[in-house]
Design a protein around this ligand. Structure first.
Ligand SMILES: C[S@@+](CC[C@H](N)C(=O)[O-])C[C@H]1O[C@@H](n2cnc3c(N)ncnc32)[C@H](O)[C@@H]1O
Length: 265
């Protein structure tokens, strides 16, 4: 105000009268006052661009949205802490539909999975395996809460992260439930870390079926393949890069994999 010459201020008052703005002063809410100011500034030459609602909402990030759970601060620390008790919701892409059939067909009682994620796939496989077995042992590998934006980028991971504690709790509850309801025994072991390092400590002789589905980088898939190829009767590769879909390979058939990897480059 102190920088405006009186004739400008009088001009604004006159403008407010002529435009009818003087009779609009009836609310004192933030948008109302903002609108009055916009009118005055427009009269002084300000250009106003209307923004559609959907554009506006995509400009803001809701920290409550599950999709944004992975947001980090500038030091790389999580802004929203992962839950120690709840896992992310299950999903069922089309390519997984054959999985339960395959489990029922091969009747495994010891199942390994790389990329345990929220534990949903493990439970799905165990339920199918219980149709032919009274006990199922599950061996899972994942980065869990150690996953970072860098590992997501390197492994083409788009799924939200889960803590090992939350998945463990889910499995304990499932084991209790299936014991009580069906008198079946579900046991499990979970290993946290990068499969590039953790798989070599695994005793593969006891595994009947492995679902390979952690990282999608060529290096990780190759390590997973090498880790399981000699000890399994059958193994599955699932959730490989977009160009591939569910494939089943026989123990010694490495041709399929090298062909797939070539196509994915
Ligand atoms: C696509 S999700 C797994 C999907 C799950 N197997 C299923 O069938 O629903 C990939 C998971 O692998 C984990 N992951 C990715 N790269 C990994 C790596 N190099 N070592 C261990 N876990 C990894 C991620 O943390 C994520 O939970």
């Amino acid at each position: 105000m102190s920088r405006q010459v009186p004739s400008d201020l009088l001009g604004d008052l006159r403008g407010a009268y002529i435009s009818g703005e003087f009779s609009n002063y009836r609310e004192w809410t933030f948008p109302f006052v903002l609108n009055r100011l916009i009118t005055i500034y427009q009269a002084h030459g300000m250009r106003v661009q209307e923004i559609e609602n959907d554009v506006l909402s995509s400009m803001f990030v809701s920290l409550m949205d599950r999709q944004n759970m992975g947001i980090r601060d500038s030091s790389g620390n999580r802004i929203i802490q992962l839950s120690e008790t709840d896992t992310s919701p299950d999903i069922l892409p089309n390519r997984y539909r054959q999985l339960a059939d395959l489990v029922r067909f091969y009747k495994p009682s010891c199942i390994a999975e790389t990329g345990t994620w929220n534990g949903g796939r493990a439970i799905e496989m165990a339920l199918a395996a219980f149709q032919n077995s009274d006990s199922v042992h599950y061996i899972g590998f994942d980065l869990f809460e150690d996953a970072t934006p860098q590992t997501d980028h390197e492994e083409f991971n788009v799924k939200p992260h889960n803590t090992k504690a939350a998945v463990q709790k889910r499995f304990e509850e499932f084991a209790e439930h299936i014991k009580e309801k069906e008198n079946k025994t579900f046991t499990f072991e979970l290993t946290k870390g990068n499969v590039r390092e953790t798989l070599n400590k695994l005793d593969k002789t006891k595994i009947d079926l492995a679902l390979i589905g952690s990282g999608n980088s060529e290096k990780t898939v190759q390590i997973e393949y090498n880790a399981f190829k000699m000890s399994l009767l059958w193994w599955l590769i699932i959730s490989l890069p977009k160009t591939m879909r569910l494939r089943v390979f026989h123990q010694r058939n490495t041709k399929g994999l090298s062909r797939s990897l070539t196509r994915s480059r």
